[in-house]
Design a protein around this ligand. Structure first.
Ligand code: 5GP
Length: 214
């Protein structure tokens, strides 16, 4: 049996990563989502062991000491990490594993696991990202402005990814990611970062007006 693919999926807040990943898990067999550990407090509705494994810093640091993480990073004052055992077991069983993590962690995964496929999900345009964030209706204008400013900063990290996928429809995006996992040559060619540099540039230009310099 061949091993599964390790898919590292990142994207700006509001780019629709969560919905696309949910679709992928629903539509296709042989995918599993890694559940991260974190020291941040649960948000309303989050469930321990399914949203995250919530823990204090002491427990997290013990796990670091025991080499139990595939990668870990500090993000806005909290630790986040990918427990190694689950990922390794699934991959060995031929299951594709999805990591939804931020950019520093993604690059670390690539160092320890070079076969990992780094995928960045982009919105069709900067204006569309703003629409989606506003359409969620869950955050105030100041928070949305912060997320857009952060997205501008994150544009530089996008170039470290191998595959760029535009999320214009949830179904099509999930399908594209499945084809990347299967190493379909046409899909790989279309989504390769090198073939999408202009697009990254356009999005960055569109986001520039939101940048607050932090
Ligand atoms: P949130 O607190 O909003 O759930 O997540 C904050 C950021 O941490 C998101 O960009 C999310 O993708 C990232 N993240 C979640 N789990 C992990 C992880 O295990 N490792 C790393 N490096 N980042 C993570």
């Amino acid at each position: 049996m061949s091993t599964g693919s390790l898919l590292v999926i990142s994207g700006f807040s509001g780019a629709g990563k969560g919905t696309v990943i949910k679709k992928l898990l629903e539509e296709y067999d042989d995918y599993a989502l890694s559940i991260s550990a974190t020291t941040r407090h649960p948000r309303e509705g989050e469930v321990d062991g399914s949203s995250y494994f919530f823990m204090d810093r002491e427990k997290f640091e013990t796990m670091i000491g025991n080499d139990e993480f595939l990668e870990h990073a500090e993000y806005v004052g909290n630790y986040y990490g990918t427990p190694k055992k689950y990922v390794v077991d699934k991959l060995e069983a031929g299951i594709n594993v999805i990591l939804e993590i931020e950019t520093v962690g993604a690059l670390n995964v690539k160092k320890t696991y070079p076969a990992a496929k780094l995928i960045f999900i982009l919105p069709p345009s900067a204006a569309e990202l703003e629409n989606r964030l506003k359409g969620r209706g869950t955050e105030d204008d100041a928070t949305i402005a912060k997320r857009l400013s952060k997205a501008y900063k994150e544009c530089d990290a996008v170039e470290a990814y191998e595959y760029i996928v535009i999320n214009d429809s949830v179904e099509a995006t999930a399908k594209t990611i499945n084809m990347i996992a299967a190493e379909d040559s046409q899909t790989v060619e279309k989504t390769r970062k090198e073939n999408n540099l202009d697009l990254i540039k356009d999005i960055k230009k569109g986001l520039e007006v939101y940048y607050k310099g932090e």
